[in-house]
Write a protein that binds this ligand. Structure first.
Ligand code: SAM
Ligand code: DTB
Ligand code: SF4
Length: 329
């Protein structure tokens, strides 16, 4: 299989991003078919294992303790509850379970031991297990890997230049360090970002540029459209248009050809036609289930109806990893 280009510069990425839309989608679809199975979409389920009360100040996030949002705050869930949720997700066709905690960072305590147990249980069910727990050390990443963690989600969210406008309680290098720790522990990397936070096209490109420099590039890249939540500093942001989403997804597909590109938060506001364009543009993963972490997501049955209409099939667990290994041999 043809080697993917890895020496992108920002000017070239911007040129891709500004290509006339239909041509951009066409080019992205060509790349998509070179590296991925057409019509196959990975279905991932999210579960918020610890909700709210986070000390960070991410301007988009309803779980930051300092904003007054209407969410059901809860402490770390029990392993049994997580297992039940995982079983439900698997029965519905999800091959991956992503467990999210509103933590600034992982601490070596009983809660972390509980998370390790959750990872063991869900991995034992034959699902790809992903966690997003905030910052972590290489040792903690190794413990998660030993428990069977498949992926670690840690988003760059935006460009290095715009990051300070959105978050002040940590910096871009903190983010990159954690990604590096997961990578070194042999865990696959899931890292992407959010559009619609008031950033410029250059910021979107800057984020994709940084992701393209990671070696290897992240196996999975979630593209979220901001879900403006009442009580957060970004509550009045105008949501990103479907055309911006299609452009961003197509550009991600071209710049990160081997990655799974996930059409993540914001689908509730999109029509089925809009989502179909995103799949044309190279998105090949979604979060399914009627909830993301704290905000609503399309009903599971609606998504299955969409899959039927568009002729999409859910991808089996661990397939992407096998594909990458074949390409690299
Ligand atoms: N606390 C951990 C962290 O920040 O990495 C994990 C959980 S955090 C909620 C995971 C990701 O959700 C964030 O990096 C952000 O990209 C996304 N997210 C949070 N709130 C969002 C919103 N309102 N709209 C879109 N994406 C959002
Ligand atoms: C990602 O990029 N998006 C997901 C997952 N990774 C953890 C989270 C979206 C959260 C949307 C806001 C909420 O539901 O709280
Ligand atoms: Fe905390 Fe993560 Fe939300 Fe930021 S995005 S406030 S770190 S839960």
């Amino acid at each position: 299989m043809e080697e993917a280009r890895t020496n992108w510069n920002k000017e070239d990425i911007l040129e891709v991003y500004n290509t006339p839309l239909l041509e951009l989608v066409y080019k992205a679809q060509q790349i998509h078919r070179k590296y991925h199975t057409p019509n196959e979409v990975q279905v991932s389920s999210l579960i918020s294992i610890k909700t709210g009360g986070c000390p960070e100040d991410c301007a988009y996030c309803p779980q930051a303790a300092r904003y007054h949002t209407d969410i059901d705050v809860h402490k770390l869930m029990e392993v049994k509850e997580v297992k039940e949720a995982a079983e439900k997700a698997k029965a519905g066709g999800s091959s991956r379970l992503c467990m999210g905690a509103a933590w600034r960072e992982v601490r070596d305590n009983r809660d972390f031991d509980k998370v390790l147990e959750m990872v063991r249980e869900v991995n034992g069910m034959g699902m790809e297990v992903c966690c997003t727990l905030g910052m972590l050390t290489e040792e903690q990443a190794k413990k998660l890997a030993d428990a069977g963690l498949y992926a670690y989600n840690h988003n760059l969210d935006t460009s290095e230049e715009y990051y300070g406008e959105i978050i002040s309680t940590r910096n871009y290098d903190d983010r990159l360090n954690t990604i590096n720790h997961a990578r070194k522990a042999g865990v696959t990397v899931c890292s992407g970002g959010i559009i619609g936070m008031g950033e410029s096209a250059e910021d979107r490109i800057g984020m994709l540029y940084t992701l393209s420099l990671l070696n290897p590039q992240p196996e999975s890249v979630p593209i979220n459209a901001l879900v403006p939540v009442e009580g957060t500093p970004l509550e009045d942001q105008q949501t990103a248009s479907i055309w911006e989403m299609v452009r961003m997804i197509a550009t991600a597909r071209i710049v990160l050809p081997k990655s799974m590109v996930r059409l993540s938060a914001g689908r509730l506001q999109m029509s089925m036609e809009g989502q179909a364009l995103c799949f044309m543009a190279g998105a090949n993963s979604i979060f399914a289930g009627d909830r993301l972490l704290t905000t609503p997501n399309p009903e599971f049955n609606e998504d299955m109806e969409m899959f039927k209409i568009l002729g999409l099939t859910p991808q089996e667990a661990f397939k992407h990893k096998k594909q990458i290994e074949v390409v690299e041999e």
